[in-house]
Write a protein that binds this ligand. Structure first.
Ligand code: HDD
Length: 720
C-alpha cells in the first residue's frame, strides 16, 4: 500500500534532483522515526481507566506534530489554488533575450501556477470582489523564473513604500476584524480617496474583472515593465501578458455574492475539476516590446505601474502558450509552500526602475523567512529549481541538503576553488549595465503625476453593460461606508475620470456631485504630501482601447461550460438525452437536477440518474439551463418553488435558457420573458435574448458561447 510520497514537479530532471525525497512506501503505519505502530487508537494509560502516561512518545509525537500543522498564512494572497503544467515557446525571442527557455520554438518548460485573491484569509470565499494573483514559476534549465503578476495590468500605488498602508486599509479593520475579503469599508476607501494614483486600478477593481467566472477565463499581466537583455547586452523593455484561450468572462455581482454562500470554493473547484476531466486550461503568452530609445515616446511613464501600454500602441506579440495539466498531489506541500519572488529571474530577463517593482524585490524573500520558517525554503520540493544549486550557503532551520567537504567559502583552495563563478558566456547572471547618475532623493517623477487619463481610457473602452456594472459596483462599495465625507471625496475624484460616471454614482448614493477641486486639496493630509493630483492634466491621443473590454473576447466554444437540465419523472427521455449528448459533444458538462437524488423515470419508463437535487444545486454555479419536453415533468417542476427560483435567477443573471415542448409550460410559470417561438433568425439570434424556446440545439450552443445576455438587465428585471 502506498502511504506517502514526497512530490516534486512531474519532470524527470526534477525527480532526479530531489535527492532527499522520501519514498516511504510501506505497508505499516510508523512513527516519524520509522517505528512500526501497533495501536493507533488508544493512548498509553495506567490501567484501562487510568491517567495517560507522559511516557507515551507515540501520542506526544502525533499531537505535537498536529499542534504545529499550521504556518502563518500569506499576508496578502492567502487564498489560492494552483496547478502544474508546461510553457511551450512558439516564437524565438533570441533577438531580444538570451534567456534559454525563450530561444527555440517547441521548448517546453515545466511550470507551477498559483492563482489567488488578495485581501481575504485562507478560508475566505473565492468570489470576493478583488484582484486575482496570477503567479507562474517557470522551472527553466538555467534556474527558476517567477512571473508574479495579477489579472489586472496596473496597480493601486506607484511606490512600494505605500504597500503596507494599502494592505492595512483593505484588510479587515483592526479593531473588529470586519469585513472579511471585502474592500467595501471605510478604511479602504479613505486610503483611496487620499491616493489619487489608485484611480486607474480602482476602475479595474470596480469592473467585472474583479469577479471572474473562472480562473481559466482571466487574463494575467506581469504589470511592471521588465527588461529583456540579449547576447550582445542590448536591452529592450518588455511587458508580459497571459491571454486565456477560453476568453475573458465574469459573473454578475449578485451572482458572485450568492456563489460565496452556495460554493465558496467555486474557482478552486472549477480549476481542479477542469484538470481532472482532461480539459486543461490554456493561456497564450504575449509580450509587448519597447525599444530602449522609445522609453520616453509615450504620454505616460513606462516605469509607472499605474499605467498600461495600450495594445493599440504596442501590440501584444504571442510567443507561446501555457497549459495546466496536473493538479497538485498535496495542497499544503505544493500550493501553500510555494514561494514566488519577482526577483527570481534568469539571465536575459532584468528589472526596470519601476519603484514598485524595486520594493517588491526586497519583500518576497523576507516574507518567506517567517512564513516558511527560515532561509532554506528553496529546498522545499515545490520551490527547488531543476537547475543544479551549488553555493556556500550552509545550515539554518530545516536544512535538507547534506553538504560534503571542508570548504564553504569563496575564494578557496581547499575545495579546488569550487563552486566557480560563471562568466556571462557560461550563463552567469550579469545585471544590465544601465547608466544611473543621479542625486539621492525621496521624490517621485513628475511623469508619474497623471492619475486620471488612463482611468478614463479604461472607462471609455467598456461596453455599455460593463460601464453599468462599474456604476453599480461604486454604488455598492461606497454605499457600505459609514463616513459620508469619504464617500464624497471618492465621488469627487470620479469626476476627474468621467463626469457622467460620477453623476450616476452620486445619484445612487443620494448625494450631489462634489466639486473635486474645491475640497480634495483641503482634505489632503496636511503632512506636506508632495502628490498633487492636478499637476498633470494629460490629454492622451488614444480615446478607446478595445483590448480593455471583455466584451470583445467571446469565443466560439462552450467547452467546460456547466449546463443544468431541470427535470422530474415523466420527462421526455429522448429530448433530455439528445440535448445532453449534443451539449457534451460540444464540450460542455451537464447535470440533471431534480427534486430528489437517485433516479427519475422518463415518459417511456426508463430510469434517468439524477446528479444533484434542488437542495444542493443552485443556478449561480451553472452557465445555462435546459428544460426538456414531458408534460408530467413540466407540471411537477411548476410545483417546485426551487425550480422556479432556479430559472428566475438564471434569467436575472443573463444566462442562456432553453426549453422544448411541454418544458415551455414550466418556463411560462416563471418570470422569464421570451419571444414567441417560430421566429427563427440568424445563428447568433440577438432577438431571443438568450431564451431559446423550441429552437435548434445549435442555437442554444451559440447562445451559451455568448456567455451572457446583459441586455436583459435593462428590460428583463425579475425578483430573484
Ligand atoms: Fe505582491 C504575494 C502580486 C505588489 C509583497 N504578490 C503576491 C502574490 C502575487 C503578488 C500574485 C502571491 C504569490 C503566491 O501565489 O504565492 N504583488 C503582486 C503584484 C504586485 C504586487 C502584481 C504589483 C504589481 N507585493 C507587492 C508589493 C509588495 C508585495 C509592492 C511589498 C513591497 N506580495 C508581497 C508579499 C507576498 C506577496 C508580502 C505575500 C506572500 C508572498 O509574498 O509570498 O511579499
Amino acid at each position: 500500500m502506498k502511504t506517502s510520497k514526497t512530490q516534486v514537479p512531474d519532470n524527470d530532471k526534477l525527480n532526479d534532483l530531489a535527492k532527499n525525497t522520501v519514498d516511504a512506501e510501506s505497508e505499516f503505519l510508523t512513527t516519524n522515526q520509522g517505528l512500526r505502530i501497533n495501536d493507533d487508537v488508544n493512548s498509553l494509560k495506567a490501567g484501562e481507566r487510568g491517567a495517560t502516561l507522559l511516557e507515551d512518545f507515540q501520542l506526544r509525537e502525533k499531537i505535537t506534530h498536529f499542534d504545529h500543522e499550521r504556518i502563518p498564512e500569506r499576508i496578502v494572497h492567502a487564498r489560492g489554488s494552483a496547478a502544474h503544467g508546461y510553457f511551450e515557446l512558439s516564437e524565438s525571442m533570441s533577438k531580444y533575450t538570451k534567456a534559454k527557455f525563450l530561444q527555440t520554438p517547441g521548448t517546453r518548460t515545466p511550470v507551477f501556477t498559483r492563482f489567488s485573491t488578495v485581501a481575504g484569509s485562507r478560508g475566505s470565499t473565492d468570489l470576493a470582489r478583488d484582484v486575482r494573483g496570477f503567479a507562474v514559476k517557470f522551472y527553466t534549465e538555467e534556474g527558476n523564473f517567477d512571473l508574479v503578476g495579477n489579472n489586472m495590468p496596473v496597480f493601486f500605488i506607484q511606490d512600494a513604500i505605500k504597500f503596507p498602508d494599502l494592505i492595512h486599509a483593505v484588510k479587515p479593520e483592526p479593531n473588529n476584524e470586519i469585513p472579511q475579503a471585502a474592500s467595501a469599508h471605510d478604511t479602504f476607501w479613505d486610503f483611496v480617496s487620499l491616493t489619487p494614483e489608485s484611480m486607474h486600478m480602482i476602475m479595474w477593481a470596480m469592473s467585472d474583472r474583479a469577479i471572474p467566472r473562472s480562473l481559466r477565463m482571466m487574463e494575467g499581466f506581469g504589470v511592471h515593465t521588465f527588461r529583456f537583455v540579449n547576447e550582445n547586452n542590448k536591452s529592450v523593455f518588455v511587458k508580459f501578458h497571459w491571454k486565456p484561450v477560453l476568453g475573458i468572462h465574469s459573473v454578475a455581482w449578485d451572482e458572485a455574492q450568492k456563489i460565496s454562500g452556495k460554493d465558496a470554493d467555486f474557482h478552486r473547484r472549477d480549476l481542479w475539476e477542469a484538470i481532472e476531466s482532461g480539459n486543461f486550461p490554456e493561456w497564450n503568452f504575449g509580450v509587448q516590446i519597447v525599444e530602449e530609445q522609445d522609453e520616453f515616446k509615450f504620454d505616460f511613464d513606462i516605469l509607472d505601474p499605474t499605467k498600461l501600454i495600450p495594445e493599440e500602441i504596442v501590440p501584444v506579440q504571442i510567443i507561446g502558450k501555457m497549459v495546466l495539466n496536473r493538479n497538485p498531489e498535496n495542497f499544503f506541500a505544493e500550493t501553500e509552500q510555494v514561494a514566488f519572488h519577482p526577483g527570481h529571474v534568469v539571465s536575459g530577463i532584468d528589472f526596470s526602475n519601476d519603484p514598485l517593482l524595486q520594493g517588491r524585490l526586497f519583500s518576497y524573500t523576507d516574507t518567506q523567512l517567517s512564513r516558511l520558517g527560515g532561509p532554506n525554503f528553496h529546498e522545499i520540493p515545490i520551490n527547488r529549481p531543476t537547475a543544479p544549486v551549488h553555493n556556500n550557503q550552509r545550515d539554518g532551520h530545516m536544512r535538507q541538503t547534506i553538504n560534503s567537504g571542508q570548504s564553504s567559502y569563496h575564494p578557496n583552495t581547499t575545495g579546488g576553488g569550487c563552486p566557480f563563478q560563471a562568466k556571462a558566456s557560461e550563463g552567469g547572471f550579469v545585471s544590465y549595465n544601465e547608466r544611473i547618475d543621479a542625486r539621492k532623493v525621496r521624490a517621485r517623477s513628475q511623469s508619474f503625476f497623471d492619475h486620471f487619463s488612463q482611468a478614463t481610457l479604461f472607462f471609455n473602452s467598456q461596453s455599455e453593460a460593463e460601464k453599468n456594472h462599474i456604476v453599480d459596483a461604486f454604488r455598492f462599495e461606497l454605499g457600505k461606508l459609514k463616513v459620508a465625507a469619504i464617500r464624497e471625496r471618492v465621488v469627487g475624484m470620479l469626476t476627474k475620470v468621467d463626469k457622467n460616471l460620477a453623476a450616476k454614482v452620486a445619484m445612487g448614493l443620494g448625494i450631489g456631485v462634489p466639486e473635486p477641486e474645491k475640497f480634495l486639496n483641503q482634505n489632503f493630509p496636511a503632512d506636506g504630501n508632495p502628490i498633487d493630483f492636478q499637476s498633470i492634466d494629460a490629454k492622451p491621443e488614444l480615446k478607446i482601447s478595445k483590448a480593455l473590454s471583455m466584451a470583445g473576447t467571446v469565443k466560439d466554444t462552450i467547452k467546460t461550460r456547466q449546463i443544468a437540465i431541470l427535470a422530474a419523472s415523466g420527462v421526455d427521455g429522448d429530448s433530455l438525452g439528445a440535448m445532453k449528448k449534443a451539449l457534451e459533444d460540444a464540450g460542455a458538462q451537464t447535470k440533471v437536477i431534480a427534486s430528489h437524488l437517485g433516479f427519475i423515470v422518463s415518459e417511456n419508463g426508463k430510469q434517468i440518474k439524477v446528479d444533484q437535487s434542488f437542495l444542493t444545486a443552485a443556478s449561480v454555479v451553472f452557465d445555462a439551463v435546459y428544460v426538456p419536453d414531458g408534460a408530467k415533468s413540466a407540471a411537477a417542476l411548476k410545483d417546485e418553488a426551487d425550480a422556479i427560483h432556479f430559472i428566475n435567477e438564471a434569467y436575472k443573471h443573463c444566462k442562456a435558457i432553453a426549453a422544448s415542448g411541454a418544458g415551455v409550460e414550466f418556463i411560462d410559470a416563471t418570470d422569464v420573458r421570451y419571444k414567441p417561438s417560430g421566429e427563427n433568425k440568424a445563428d447568433k439570434n440577438p432577438d431571443t435574448n438568450g431564451v431559446l424556446i423550441n429552437r435548434d440545439v445549435k442555437e442554444f450552443i451559440n447562445a451559451i458561447a455568448q456567455h451572457r445576455f446583459w441586455e436583459r438587465e435593462k428590460t428583463g428585471k425579475v425578483p430573484a
